[in-house]
Design a protein. Structure first.
Length: 146
């Protein structure tokens, strides 16, 4: 049986996992399989890349917070022990200064990307809300709530 006859006898249309603009003809099984594989791999990569940045920032912030908590505990224990007070306080002041510099570096490096994500998410929520409110699927407000 030739390939053209198989295409004509195929009553089931191919549907991709995610709705996208179909640029190529999906009637060929190989092209359909490659597009499916692409979509199945692409979407999780984008989502994980987007979420991964947030996870890295949260992880670094928690590390700095933990370092400040450790420093606070060491200051309290140093104040209770008066032996070798000045030398210990010098080390703690230097450590506090390094933590402040690290915090400033985190702030400088992550300000712009966080602002981009905040603005992008806000715009996405506004546009999605607009489309939900302007859709003609429901004419009665009571049906919209159901």
């Amino acid at each position: 049986m030739s390939r053209n006859v198989r295409k004509q006898n195929n009553s089931m249309g191919y549907q991709l996992p995610y709705r996208t603009l179909e640029i190529v003809d999906l009637s060929d099984t190989r092209i359909y399989a490659l597009n499916c594989a692409y979509q199945v791999m692409y979407v999780p990569c984008v989502v994980l890349g987007y979420v991964g940045f947030d996870c890295m920032f949260v992880n670094l912030s928690i590390q700095v917070i933990a370092q400040f908590a450790t420093l606070s505990y060491k200051v309290k224990t140093l104040l209770n022990n008066s032996a070798n007070y000045h030398e210990g306080m010098k080390k703690l002041i230097l450590r506090h200064y390094r933590l402040i510099r690290l915090t400033e570096e985190l702030e400088n490096n992550f300000n712009f990307p966080i602002m981009q994500q905040l603005m992008g998410s806000s715009m996405h929520i506004c546009i999605s809300g607009y489309y939900v409110l302007m859709s003609n699927t429901s004419t009665c407000p009571a049906e919209f709530i159901k």
